[in-house]
Design a protein around this ligand. Structure first.
Ligand code: SF4
Ligand code: MSK
Length: 657
C-alpha cells in the first residue's frame, strides 16, 4: 500500500522530546517525512483516561460502568455499593491475574516443550545444560545419583507440573525462599497452591458481589503474584536454562546499527526462546545462505528485539536492535526483510508500519494472531516448516526491496548474561562459588546494597530516560544494579553494561567492579528472568550476615518506565517477597485511600516489602537509597565496621563458611 494512504492528521511530535534513543529519534523523523504513524504519534492524540489511570472506574458488571472520580474518593460508591477500596483492589487484582497468566502460560509452554523433549517426541531441541538439570532436580528432592539424565528430567517434569495444576499444597519453588520468608507467607495464608487455581480464584473473587474487603482481596493478590514469581516465571527461567543453556557473560551488540544494508535482515520479537533458537538453525543452513547470496545479499543477519532477543543476546550473543518502544521505528529503516513475532508486547500498530515498508510481518503462535499479518504457525516438532518459510520470504523481500534503506549508524556494545549461577561463580571463584564476597562487600559498605532496575519502556516517558538517569544515580551511590527486560537495552545503549563503566560508579562499587572485572550494571535476561533476582536474593540470605529473610536485605526494585500488566504482577511478587519496589510513569491507585496505604505502607508492617511511586528518576533513586540505608541500619551495618579490602584469600575464607 502506498505510504500516502497511511497519512492521518496527527499532532506533530518532536522526536527528541519523546525518546532519548538516537536511532529511534532518527527513524521517527523519517517516519514523519514518510507519513507513517507510530505509537508516539498516537500517544500524542490519545491522552490517558484519568479515571481509568487511577482505577476509579469499575466495569465488572452491567449496572455500571461506575466512576468514582469525585475529589473525595469516598464521596461516592458504585451502584452495587462498592467502595473505592473494593474497586481499586479488584482492578489491581485483575491486573496481577493477567500478568501472572502471561508469565505462567509462557512457563507452561516451556514445560510442555521440556516434556516433548524428555518423551522423545520433539527431536529438534535437547537438554543443553545437564549440570543445571541435576542442580534443580536435587533441589526439588529428586534422586540424581546413578540415574540417567532423561529419567531425572522425567521426574523433574512431574514435580514442576504441580506449579500449574496442583489444587492444594505449596508450589515447588517456594521452598527455595529463606525459611523466614516462607513462614511469613504461611502466616498470611499466601503461599500459592497452583498457578491455575490462584488465577482462577483471583478472577472469581473480583467478580461483582464476591470479595468486597480490600484487606482480604490483597491476600489473593499476593498469592497470585507469588504463583508468578516463584512459579510460572521461575519455571520458564529454569527450564529455559536446562534446554537452551544457562547464560554466561557474553559481549553483544545493541542498537539499530546492528542491521546490515547488504544482508537479509530478520528480526525476532517476543518472549519464547524456542522460535528464536530454531531461526538460528535456519539462518545457518548453507542452502538458505546460498539462496540469500543468489539474491544479491552477502548473508543473513538475524537480530532480536525485546525479551526473546534478550534471551538470545544473553545465551548466544545474538545482536539486539532495541527495546519495546523501538519496534515500530526499526521498520522505518526499510532494511527489515522479515519481522517475526511470537507472544507478548507486540503492538498491533506494527502491521501498518510494516505494510508501509513492504516488510512481511509474521505471527507464529496460535495464541497471538494479528489481523493483517501473515500467520505461519510454529510447531516445536517441525520447527523448520515455519522458520525456513520465513527465511525464504525474507530473501524474496531483500531481492525486491522497494524502499530506500536508511540504517542508523549507532551500535553499542555491552556484556550480558549474568545468571545468578554466574554471579556466584564470578564472585566466589571456580571451586567455591559463593555469594559471601558480595555480602562481605555489602557489610563493609563498599556496596551499599543491590537494586533491580527492570521492565519496559513506555511512550508516556521519554524512552530510556528514566532508566538511564535512575541507574546512573544508583551506581554513583555505590548501589549495584541488576537488570532484566527492556531496561537492559536502555542501559546498554548508554554504555553502562561494559566493565569500563565502573568509573561512573561510586568509589566502593567501582573498586569492586574493577577487582572482579564486571560492569556496575548486570544484565540478567528477559522479563521472566526477574526470578534470577529472587534466587540471587535467596543466595544472599543463605550466604549470611544480611538477615534471615528477603525483607531484611538492603535491596530494592524499580520499574521506572513500566507499561504492562506483567510488570504489576512482577512488582507485587517482589513486594510480597519482601522487596521495596518503586514504579514510575503512573500508579493505578489513589493516594490517601485505604488500599493505596496498604500497598505503600501496610504490607511492610506485615513483614513483606512495600510499593513506592515517583515519576522523577532522581526522586526514585533517593527513595531507593534511603530504603537501603534503612535496611543497613536495621542490620547494624551503620556501626562503622572497618572497611576491609576483599582479596582472593578473603574470598576463599568467606566461601569456606
Ligand atoms: Fe458498578 Fe458495582 Fe457493577 Fe462495579 S460491580 S460496575 S461498582 S455496580
Ligand atoms: S518485553 S513486558 S516491554 S520488559 Fe518483556 Fe519489554 Fe516490558 Fe514487554
Amino acid at each position: 500500500m502506498p505510504i500516502e494512504k497511511k497519512l492521518q492528521k496527527l499532532e506533530s511530535i518532536n522526536p527528541s522530546e519523546v525518546t532519548t534513543c538516537e536511532s529511534t529519534q532518527q527513524m521517527l523523523a523519517k517516519a514523519k517525512r514518510d507519513g507513517v504513524q507510530t505509537a508516539f504519534d498516537r500517544a500524542a492524540e490519545m491522552k490517558p483516561c484519568p479515571i481509568g489511570e487511577k482505577s476509579a472506574c469499575c466495569k465488572n458488571c452491567f449496572m455500571g460502568p461506575c466512576r468514582l472520580n469525585s475529589k473525595d474518593p469516598y464521596a461516592k460508591v458504585g451502584v452495587c455499593g462498592a467502595t473505592i477500596d473494593t474497586i481499586q483492589s479488584r482492578n489491581f487484582g485483575r491486573m496481577v491475574a493477567t500478568g501472572t497468566a502471561s508469565h505462567t502460560d509462557h512457563g507452561m509452554e516451556m514445560l510442555k516443550l521440556f516434556k516433548g523433549v524428555v518423551e522423545g517426541r520433539i527431536k529438534d531441541y535437547q537438554i543443553q545444560d545437564t549440570e543445571k538439570l541435576l542442580e534443580v532436580a536435587s533441589e526439588m528432592g529428586i534422586k540424581t545419583q546413578d540415574r540417567e539424565h532423561m529419567d531425572i528430567a522425567r521426574d523433574l517434569y512431574q514435580v514442576l507440573e504441580k506449579t500449574y495444576t496442583q489444587l492444594e499444597g505449596e508450589i515447588p519453588f517456594t521452598r527455595r525462599a529463606p525459611a523466614k520468608t516462607q513462614e511469613m507467607w504461611r502466616q498470611h495464608g499466601v503461599v500459592p497452591r497452583g498457578a491455575m487455581r490462584e488465577i482462577m480464584e483471583m478472577m472469581n473473587r473480583t467478580h461483582m458481589g464476591m470479595d468486597q474487603d480490600y484487606s482480604n482481596i490483597i491476600k489473593q493478590i499476593s498469592r497470585t503474584a507469588l504463583a508468578d514469581g516463584w512459579g510460572g516465571s521461575m519455571v520458564a527461567t529454569e527450564i529455559g536454562d536446562i534446554l537452551f543453556g544457562t547464560p554466561k557473560p557474553v559481549q553483544g551488540e545493541v542498537n539499530m546499527g546492528v542491521l546490515k544494508e547488504d544482508q537479509v535482515n530478520i528480526i525476532i520479537h517476543g518472549h519464547e526462546p524456542n522460535l528464536f533458537d530454531s531461526m538460528l538453525v535456519s539462518v545457518s543452513d548453507p542452502a538458505l545462505i546460498e539462496k540469500a547470496k543468489a539474491a544479491g545479499a552477502t548473508g543473513i543477519n538475524l537480530v532480536g528485539m525485546c525479551c526473546s532477543g534478550l534471551e538470545m543476546l544473553s545465551r548466544r550473543g545474538v545482536p539486539h536492535a532495541g527495546n519495546f518502544m523501538s519496534t515500530e521505528a526499526v521498520l522505518v529503516t526499510g532494511a527489515v526483510d522479515s519481522f517475526v513475532v511470537d507472544v507478548q508486547c507486540i503492538k498491533q500498530g506494527l502491521v501498518s508500519v510494516a505494510d508501509c515498508y513492504a516488510t512481511p510481518l509474521f505471527t507464529t503462535n496460535d495464541r497471538a494472531h494479528i489481523e493483517g499479518a501473515h500467520h505461519v504457525e510454529f510447531h516445536e516438532d517441525q520447527p523448520r516448516d515455519c522458520t525456513d518459510v520465513i527465511v525464504e520470504m525474507a530473501i524474496k523481500r531483500f531481492a525486491g526491496r522497494e524502499h530506500p534503506v536508511v540504517i542508523p549508524k549507532r551500535k553499542d556494545t555491552g556484556v550480558f548474561g549474568f545468571s545468578h549461577e554466574y554471579i556466584n561463580y564470578m564472585l566466589g571463584g571456580t571451586f567455591r562459588g559463593s555469594y559471601a564476597p558480595l555480602n562481605q562487600n555489602i557489610i563493609n559498605g563498599k556496596i551499599r546494597g543491590v537494586a533491580g532496575v527492570v521492565g519496559c519502556t513506555n511512550v508516556r516517558v521519554p524512552q530510556d530516560s528514566a532508566h538511564v538517569e535512575l541507574v546512573k544515580e544508583l551506581i554513583k551511590k555505590d548501589v549495584l544494579v541488576v537488570q532484566t527486560g527492556c531496561a537492559q537495552i536502555a542501559l546498554a545503549k548508554a554504555g553502562l553494561s561494559l566493565p569500563e563503566a565502573a568509573h561512573l560508579a561510586g568509589p566502593g562499587l567501582s573498586e569492586v567492579c574493577e577487582a572482579v572485572g564486571m560492569p556496575p550494571v548486570l544484565g540478567l535476561g528477559a522479563c521472566v528472568d526477574n526470578t534470577r533476582i529472587l534466587t540471587a536474593a535467596c543466595n544472599m540470605v543463605a550466604a549470611g550476615g544480611l538477615g534471615e529473610s528477603i525483607a531484611d536485605l538492603p535491596v530494592a526494585g524499580a520499574a521506572p518506565e513500566f507499561m504492562s500488566e506483567k510488570a504489576i504482577a512482577i512488582g507485587q511478587y517482589f513486594v510480597a517477597s519482601g522487596v521495596y519496589t518503586v514504579f514510575g510513569v503512573t500508579f493505578p491507585t489513589i493516594a490517601g485511600t485505604k488500599f493505596h496505604d496498604l500497598l505503600f505502607d501496610g504490607l511492610e508492617k506485615q513483614g513483606m516489602g512495600k510499593w513506592g511511586f515517583a515519576v522523577d528518576p532522581h526522586d526514585m533513586a533517593r527513595m531507593i537509597v534511603e530504603h537501603i540505608e534503612k535496611k543497613r541500619r536495621a542490620l547494624g551495618l551503620d556501626k562503622g565496621k572497618e572497611r576491609v579490602l576483599v582479596d582472593m584469600a578473603d574470598r576463599r575464607a568467606a566461601a569456606a563458611h
